[in-house]
Design a binder for this molecule. Structure first.
Ligand code: SF4
Ligand code: SF4
Length: 451
């Protein structure tokens, strides 16, 4: 057997029968070519918010800024200029998922120059707390979609035995992590090693889907040449949502994160593969988080692909880079079809959490069905990765019974959409659970990334 097919070091447990769902891949159109680096746009709108708050501006309208310059400071994740130019406004702007969030607007001007503060730093010469501070100051947030501040997550309150790098990307259509792993596997491995040092973790595993052949080969080669014997590779089922943080931990270790608890409570911590690459770029190239890879795809798109774009680039520029649309999109989705959000206008900017833009064509979306009464078939229970009883939750949502919602474990719902997909009565379960969760509880403190 080829060494590249060697068994992973982690004990993979098969999911229980019926767990999750099989979804069509839909990644092929966007993985035909390499990641394309887009030139900086004429204007960027940089959101200062992250999943746990918002940075405070340290620049003013009229200031000249260089790429990588600090725009706004925060105790969890700062924000930086993604282009060289002039600050034209600091004001609330619409960004994906929010009608008004504090933003810095920069009009590009002059030759692109990196700010002199952007210099490489040897992480091995720093104590763990110094690494975490540098990650905070570098504006690194989880690039899997949740935008949870990476420094906050690394400052785990309990010892972490193993760091898990999540490259599973099990949502259909999204392929930015897969392409990053194919092309920049060594950078992901390097970022993994840096975060292991920050956590004093004994080992790490990079998890990808079993069918990511090219990424597997690239990672195998990168691991071999890095000589990092404490980092291994694990191949997990392609069933959705195997990339959900809690589901992935269970698949890899058999251990369940307790309800209301965090992965670090049982000795594990997950970071996204793109986040690991961003951490490596911060230390080795001196580059704070000023760009990211975004998948642009969907049946309405002429040339689907992956693009490295400056943070704050208009979504319209992403669509244009992919050749534009050959039909009017039925829906523009940021993120994947299962957990993504509909974006109204393509004039919105890409944020640090923008991993995918789908311009859905006529054939991409199932026609809206009329909701029928629940027939208690149990299909939703069978597929729920969080072992919930969605039909019972539905009853509690309808009767606005908060005690029952808590007792039925609403907090553990990851809003994966699996129950909706299998419901023969076409009941929109997940939107109801999401609305109830938004009212009753804070988002997951663990900073779960999208599957
Ligand atoms: S799948 Fe739909 S119809 Fe079946 S039990 Fe669940 S909510 Fe009811
Ligand atoms: S959306 Fe929530 S209730 Fe429905 S399958 Fe996913 S985790 Fe379970």
């Amino acid at each position: 057997m080829d060494a590249r097919q060697a068994a992973p070091a982690f004990n993979l447990r098969p999911p229980r029968p019926g767990w999750g769902i099989s979804l069509p891949g839909l990644k092929q159109p966007s993985t035909r070519g390499p990641i394309q680096v887009l030139p900086p746009p004429d204007e960027v709108v940089i959101a200062l918010s992250h999943a746990r708050g918002c940075a405070t501006p340290v620049v003013h309208p009229g200031d000249q800024v260089l790429t990588g310059q600090l725009l706004a400071q925060d105790e969890m994740a700062s924000a930086h200029a993604s282009v060289t130019g002039i600050v034209t406004a600091i004001e609330p702007r619409a960004v994906p998922g929010s009608p008004a969030t504090p933003c810095v607007v920069i009009r590009r001007q002059g030759t692109e120059r990196l700010h002199p503060a952007c210099t490489p730093l040897d992480p091995m010469a720093l104590p763990p707390v110094g690494i975490i501070r540098h990650i905070r100051d570098g504006g690194i947030v989880g690039l899997g979609g949740a935008s949870f501040p990476t420094a906050r997550k690394l400052a785990a309150r309990t010892p972490v035995r193993a760091l898990i790098i999540n490259g599973v990307e099990c949502e259909p259509w999204i392929s930015c992590d897969e392409m990053l792993l194919r092309e920049r596997a060594a950078t992901v491995v390097r970022g993994t090693a840096i975060m292991m040092r920050a956590l004093a973790a004994e080992r790490a595993v990079i998890a990808i889907k079993v069918n990511m052949t090219e990424a597997r080969i690239a990672l195998h080669d990168a691991l071999e040449s890095s000589g990092a014997g404490d980092i291994s590779l694990a191949l997990v089922t392609a069933r959705y949502p195997s990339g959900g943080e809690r589901q992935l931990i269970q698949l890899l270790t058999g251990a369940e994160v307790p309800a209301g608890g965090l992965p670090c409570d049982i000795g594990y911590l997950c970071q996204n593969a793109g986040t690991a690459a961003a951490v490596a770029d911060l230390f080795d190239r001196g580059q704070p988080l000023v760009s990211r890879v975004v998948t642009v795809t969907g049946a309405a798109i002429r040339q689907p692909g992956n693009f490295e774009v400056r943070i704050g680039t208009p979504l319209s520029a992403l669509l244009a880079a992919a050749g534009g649309c050959h039909e009017t999109p039925q829906r523009l989705i940021m993120g994947g079809p299962m957990m993504g959000i509909t974006v109204d206008a393509d004039a919105l900017p890409a944020t640090r959490g923008t991993n995918c833009l789908v311009a859905a064509g006529a054939g991409d979306l199932a026609p809206q069905q009329v909701e029928m009464p629940c027939i208690r078939c149990g299909f939703c229970v069978e597929v729920c990765p969080a072992r919930l009883m969605p039909h019972e939750l539905l009853g509690a949502v309808r009767s606005e019974d908060g005690i029952a919602l808590d007792a039925l474990g609403l907090a553990a719902c990851i809003e994966c959409g699996s129950c909706d997909l299998v419901c023969p009565s076409s009941i929109a379960l997940t939107p109801r659970f999401a609305a109830a969760r938004a009212i009753r509880i804070m988002p997951d403190e663990a900073g779960d990334e999208a599957p």
